[in-house]
Design a protein around this ligand. Structure first.
Ligand code: GLY
Length: 348
């Protein structure tokens, strides 16, 4: 699975080169309402984009639907798209996931390039070829693995983001810190998210995306080590699905809360050091606050976990840690352990 990731300091040059590398008859540019307003002006004048046919969809995860997907398919068809067309996805994880899926399925698949504009999509969603939409109340229920031709990361876009979107992406960076080494993790836990140093954050994005890239290259289809990237996501996706029908939160918030749960399980089941868990939990609670679940929500959260894509034969699958960087994939927990984990989450 090819996936060239470029950390760019000149978006015009990097995108021009990336587009020139892919022979195409028509070029499409996908944005959502937010990136159309805030990010399109940054790339609008790039000569190679003058020929592009623009497609704009609704912003936020509520639009990551079959309806929106069919709008994009229709726009590709109406715009004269063929199997030899190319699409550039300019946006956050919603745009790169849905755009990647639309491209992967239109006429059985056209090539695409991701230009992530949120921290979350820079360090996670745009890299690694996971594409898809939400369906039947479940996150990313329908989708395919299909990598973009390239990913162009320009950290200047980070300046367009509000605090919540920075924190959301930062949760995936914390995850990458936890699965890599103590040094990376310490740098992340010492960073001041209340007063962002964008130059320093840009450097940390480079480190973070390299951690993900290495893992994806080793195991693009998630048969083994790529499951490391699921740390925090079994509980996290359950929190996200739970919140979807109440007060939706950005993905990274759910992941951060999922990390609290799964670090606790790691202490109990795989010997993760309690002091390191406490340090990470303190940071997460300070930055992300609390999710207002009660014990009346446990059954529902447990049901969401049983629907997780990562499960096999009904056994709930977790990625846990024996220590920072000591990854233990394919761990399971029973209902009682999961309820105890949720007790810790609420009261820990
Ligand atoms: N977001 C986790 C992965 O790409 O595997």
């Amino acid at each position: 699975m090819e996936n060239k990731v470029v950390i760019s300091t000149d978006i015009s040059q990097s995108l021009t080169e990336a587009i020139a590398e892919v022979k195409h008859d028509k070029l499409f540019l996908l944005t959502d309402a937010t990136t159309h307003e805030l990010c399109l002006p940054v790339v609008r004048d790039i000569p190679c984009l003058q020929e592009a046919i623009h497609i704009t969809i609704g912003a936020t995860d509520t639009h990551k639907t079959l309806d929106t997907l069919s709008q994009v398919w229709k726009a590709l068809g109406d715009g004269g798209g063929t199997r030899h067309s190319l699409m550039v996805n300019l946006g956050g994880g919603m745009v790169t996931d849905l755009g990647g899926f639309a491209a992967s399925t239109f006429k059985r698949g056209i090539k695409y390039i991701n230009v992530p504009t949120t921290l979350l999509s820079m360090v996670d969603a745009s890299v690694g070829g996971k594409t898809g939409i939400n369906f039947n109340g479940l996150k990313n229920e329908i989708g395919v693995f299909n990598a973009p031709q390239s990913v162009i990361i320009d950290t200047e876009f980070l300046k367009t983001l509000d605090h919540e979107n920075i924190c959301s992406g930062y949760a995936e960076m914390l995850k990458h810190g936890l699965i890599s080494n103590d040094e990376n993790l310490a740098e992340l836990l010492n960073f001041d998210l209340g007063n962002v140093d964008y130059r320093h954050l840009g450097e940390m994005v480079g480190t973070s995306v390299t951690i993900k890239e290495r893992i994806v290259q080793e195991d693009p289809l998630e048969h083994g080590i790529r499951k490391a990237l699921n740390l925090g996501h079994t509980a996290g996706h359950a929190f996200e699905s739970w919140a979807l029908t109440r007060k939706p939160y950005l993905h990274g918030y759910a992941v951060a809360w999922g990390l609290i749960c799964e670090l606790y399980l790691s202490c109990v089941k795989t010997g993760f050091p309690t002091n390191k868990m406490r340090q990470a939990v303190r940071f997460i609670k300070e930055v992300y606050g609390e999710l207002p679940i009660t014990c009346d929500d446990y059954e529902e959260l447990y049901t969401y976990m049983t629907h997780d894509k990562k499960n096999t034969a009904g056994i709930i699958n977790f990625t846990l840690l024996g220590n920072v960087g000591d990854i233990r994939i394919n761990q399971s927990a029973n209902k009682e352990e999961i309820f105890e984990m949720l007790d810790f989450f609420r009261e820990g």
